[in-house]
Design a protein around this ligand. Structure first.
Ligand code: ADP
Ligand code: MG
Length: 185
């Protein structure tokens, strides 16, 4: 259902872009603040985060706050729309990947998805059943297909919808965290 997904994706991303830079910054800080208080975060040793594109929730403060106590990894985009996860610290070199997102370099330590306790998953939209709409390439659907870790969608409240179209290969989220707090599915 590419057309239905495309329409919903464009609509929500339009709302996200309409938030001011200052509002996105404040909401992102609130999200990081509540994330680090969650037991599912405290209990996780290895955490997959992401390096934000322009209007996405910016979790970069998380890495600066918590990198001494936990192992953080971030995705690299591969050919065939696959992802590999590599260790990141605040001082690591980054390079440009798909769509202009920064990513760890090839030489950064590779961590298999099976070793990741918590995935912080960027998204275009999420509904109240945990269905996730990504950015249209299926990167996270492939990467999370067999991953046992907790999948926490991260977004602004305006990205939470009553219903998101989904297909059999879409990997559902176990929770959604926004500036309005956590929902678990
Ligand atoms: P997104 O999740 O980024 O919003 P879609 O759900 O529309 O994007 O998926 C994009 C494409 O990725 C689809 O054409 C789909 O066939 C493909 N895809 C998704 N998951 C898998 C998978 N596990 N293996 C192979 N192809 C997949
Ligand atoms: Mg999908």
């Amino acid at each position: 259902m590419p057309d239905v997904k495309l329409a919903v994706r464009n609509d929500v991303l339009g709302k996200r872009r309409a938030l001011s830079t200052e509002s996105r910054k404040q909401k992102s800080q609130a999200i990081v603040g509540s994330l680090i208080e969650l037991s599912l975060f405290k209990d996780a040793m290895t955490i997959a985060t992401y390096l934000p594109l322009t209007s996405e929730v910016d979790l970069s403060r998380l890495l600066r706050l918590e990198h001494r106590s936990k192992c953080f990894v971030a995705p690299r985009t591969l050919s065939n729309f696959e992802l590999s996860f590599h260790r990141v610290t605040p001082s690591d070199m980054l390079e440009m990947g798909f769509g202009g997102a920064r990513q760890p370099t090839e030489v950064a330590d590779l961590v298999p998805p099976s070793a990741i306790d918590l995935f912080l998953v960027p998204l275009a939209a999420c509904d109240r059943q945990g269905n996730r709409l990504g950015f249209g390439k299926g990167y996270y659907d492939r990467a999370l297909a067999d991953a046992p870790g907790f999948k926490l969608g991260i977004g602004f409240h305006c990205q939470l919808l009553d219903h998101v179209p989904s297909d059999s290969y879409d990997v559902p989220m176990n929770g959604f965290l926004s500036e309005e707090g956590l929902i678990q599915f």
